[in-house]
Design a binder for this molecule. Structure first.
Ligand SMILES: [Zn+2]
Ligand SMILES: [Zn+2]
Ligand SMILES: [Zn+2]
Length: 437
């Protein structure tokens, strides 16, 4: 019984963890229903605001009859801090809704809440929140690094993907951001970087230069300057990523030894000419999705270039019963699947990718299903059931068309071609991260 009542008291306590907006008059009328601990008569008295900080208030109630004082603190303080929870919540809410101080003022005014807070107080709270978010972000990145290490079997050398972006489009952008992501089963952001080619504070101070040079130089020396990059905007990405490669050693005590980037070869070239770790050559891995997509673009290109050619069987490449765009897309999907499933084993990946070609190239006279999988290959399924398979029972892509696109397989599915995605991953995480910004 006792246990049950403790639990239910605890539940009530948990359920009471919320804020309530009540009118002061309601509070006073509640107080008037209770006896004053000082004089034991029904309470009646005055209310004074002893302290106010944003939405937080400390109220003092004094009994008219006996002068007994009692206090109410409207919001708890944050753990290990002097800030009151309600003000931090207001700051978070304002930020989430994209409200500046003036927007928050309007909202508070409409709700008849205490007078608008001072500008610097509001900014202080916002800085406090930012600091909090930064700490949480740091912790989550540390956790992500630990996760990547344990997924790699305890090896402290990671394969990462990276990507950079400009905050405004175009090559003349003044601000850039970049992120490094792990390539685990569910990739996470493990480091971020930013750079800026100008500082708004410096620019603001320029007007001071001729008026009061002493003040100007004091300001210049003491402000937290945002300018941290000199160079072309096109060089931002490689510099930011290079910096993150260097600092992961002191920061996380790990090395990034393989890099997955987009088609842009600049970053990897920079990492090769300026090795972040002495004696370690950073391996470049292709983004698996980008790589698989090449199957489609190459086939489409061949189709386009040869659309008027008459093939060895007297017909053209495109059209009904020939090599359609849908076939090209299917090849890309099969190729992406092969990479996903066998990206740790080059020999297996080689077989799986050539299977796509060979399976389709097969005829009754020349079946080529050696590397196929009975899970999807109808020929092998028939064979397992002791049945005869007829390659002409369903319309197939004519050999003349396949001959024309065979060079695509020679290029992408050679062992040297495929080696670029072995052990790789996708840069999807980076792209998803940037789309959030
Ligand atoms: Zn009293
Ligand atoms: Zn500055
Ligand atoms: Zn087959």
């Amino acid at each position: 019984m006792q246990n049950e009542s403790t639990t239910s008291k605890q539940n009530v306590k948990d359920n009471l963890d919320f804020n309530l907006i009540i009118h002061m008059n309601s509070l006073i009328s509640l107080l008037k229903q209770f006896l004053c601990p000082g004089c034991n008569k029904y309470w009646d008295g005055s209310t004074t605001v002893k302290e106010r900080n944003g939405l937080y208030m400390q109220l003092e109630f004094m009994c008219y009859n006996c002068g007994f004082l009692t206090r109410l603190y409207s919001s708890p303080k944050m753990q290990n801090g002097r800030r009151h929870e309600i003000n931090v919540r207001l700051g978070i809410g304002g930020t989430l809704c994209g409200l500046g101080r003036s927007g928050v003022m309007k909202l508070l005014g409409a709700l008849n809440l205490p007078l608008p807070i001072q500008e610097h107080k509001y900014r202080e709270v916002q800085e406090f929140i930012l600091n909090y978010v930064e700490k949480a972000q740091e912790q989550s990145m540390i956790d992500a690094v630990q996760g990547a290490i344990s997924e790699a079997g305890g090896v402290e050398e990671l394969t990462v993907s990276g990507d950079g972006a400009w905050l405004t489009r175009g090559f003349s952008s003044l601000h850039g951001i970049a992120a490094i992501c792990s390539t685990t089963v569910s990739p996470k952001v493990i480091d971020t970087n930013w750079c800026s080619k100008k500082c708004s504070k410096c620019q603001g101070a320029e007007s001071l230069r001729h008026v009061n040079f002493d003040l100007f130089s004091t300001f210049q020396e003491n402000h937290e300057c945002q300018l941290n990059f000199i160079g072309t905007s096109g060089a931002m990405e490689k510099e930011m990523i290079y910096e993150m490669f260097c600092r992961c050693l002191p920061k996380y005590d790990i090395k990034y030894i393989s890099y997955i980037g987009d088609g842009d070869a600049k970053v990897h070239k920079y990492l090769t000419t300026n090795p972040p770790y002495p004696g370690v050559t950073i391996k470049k891995l292709e983004d698996t999705n980008h790589f698989a997509k090449r199957m489609l673009t190459r086939i489409k290109k061949i189709k386009q270039e040869n659309k008027n050619e008459v093939l060895s069987d007297g017909k053209k490449i495109a059209g009904k019963g020939r090599l359609t765009d849908a076939d090209a897309i299917k090849f890309k999907i099969y190729f992406a699947k092969a990479i996903r499933e066998s990206k740790t084993d080059l020999d297996k990946l080689y077989e799986k990718s050539w299977t796509i070609f060979k399976h389709h190239y097969s005829t009754d006279k020349e079946p080529m299903h050696d590397w196929c999988d009975p899970q999807w290959c109808k020929y092998l399924q028939a064979k397992l059931n002791g049945q005869q398979f007829n390659h002409n029972s369903k319309p197939a892509i004519p050999r003349a068309c396949l001959d024309l696109i065979k060079p695509v397989f020679h290029e992408l599915c050679s062992k040297t071609g495929l080696a670029r995605v072995v052990g790789g991953g996708s840069q999807n995480a980076n792209e998803a991260f940037h789309s959030l910004l």
